[in-house]
Design a protein. Sequence first.
Length: 407
Amino acid sequence: MSIVDRPKYLEKLESFIDAPVVKVLTGLRRSGKSRLLDLVVERLIARGIDPERIVHLNFDSLEHASLASAQALNAHLKDVLPSEGRTYVLLDEIQEVTEWERLVNSLLAEGRTDLYITGSNSRLLSGELATYIAGRYVTIEVWPLSFREYLSFREAFAADDMGGTDAEFTRYLRLGGFPGVHMLPLDEVDARSMIMDIYRSTLVRDVLARNRIRDADMFERVAAFAIDNVGNPFSARRVADFMKSQRRSIGHETVLNYLTALSEAFVIARVPRFDLHGRAILATDEKHFVGDHGIVNALFGYSDQRLPGVLENIVWMELRRRGYEVTIGRIGTAEVDFVAQRADEVVYIQVATTIATEDTRHREHRPLEAIADNHPKYLLTLDPLVGGNVNGIKHRRLPEFLLANEI
């Protein structure tokens, strides 16, 4: 099967080839980390590197289960790689290897290995390893497909004729961005089934087992609540109260622990609220977004009620892909959907399904108009004829915003 380039990631990875740092790729399971390492191997061979100096192992595969300890893996590498000269080691889902931190530290100490690792947990570089390799690693977040990348995958793999931008955006909206979903000729039912398999395996392997959670049923209920409320602010106490109304008892501290475990596995992300007057992060009622918006429709089916939250999810993820730190803005009693910051750059964004009526236009404009500074302000919708600049607020169609090279 052909491999589709993901230029944004490849350019960054290529800039670090042979640099004396560990390249660490993190992100939601099945977001494309392994395929990126396949592409890196292609680039290494294209540079004239002898394939005998390259080892690429995926520890999601039972084929390599016998190597899933630091000692066994180290012995294997010494056996298959030349004893002198530069070598290249690429290890997928390294968290499946016991004491893998010792192996990474050992390879770094030897100084002749260009090392790439992937993992599906944000705690990959916490604790002891971070102390060992401080200043000697670079982290690259790998996300499911952007809308632009999705179109590239459709061009490469689609069994049917592609539609126009709006038709393809509708498909992307419903099926999300897991690369594997768009590499096969799946109808929507089969695609949703595949997404559910990814979701369930992530819960079992990257959350329940890793965090030794005993009450799997309650944990899955909390996960479902968070995903069902995509884009809505809520607190751990509110989740506990909801479960109580369903005759299920859970403490808000336990809910908080569950939400933390889900965010560490990139299933959800907790996005804080930011007081634009006081210039301070607010501690209550964070919003939660999903690591891939296709999970929402796979779990609950498509619903117009969830559409605003799913659209926000898509925009939030696009901003994160582009390197922005993102918060939810509060100004007085009004809320700005996103405050995106990258170095000295600040962008304010509202997301709405439509501003077809004067009331909805006023409601979406009001928070942006209340901001006194001159940073760019955008209102993104699905309206077919939206455009222009109103009171300093730029109106854009959401699909076109996603395809623009720069905000």
